[in-house]
Design a protein around this ligand. Sequence first.
Ligand code: ZN
Length: 79
Amino acid sequence: MEEIYKWCPSCNKEEIANEKEPKIVYGGSDGFGQPVRFSECECGKVYGWLNIGFYRDKTEINDGFKSYLRQRIKHYSRG
Ligand SMILES: [Zn+2]
């Protein structure tokens, strides 16, 4: 199980889930932190996700941090 932050730039669905890694459609990385990966969203587009277990002991998962994750997802989104 992984702790995953998900956000879909198309339908704006946001979720933190404990689950197996979703099936990846495509991925992106800038070499910093966790890579952003994209999987099929129920809206028909793709949502971006990151494994946030990696950040748990480094930072608080608060609104500011989630906003940062959404920016990274948006940056790599091809939608
Ligand atoms: Zn969606």
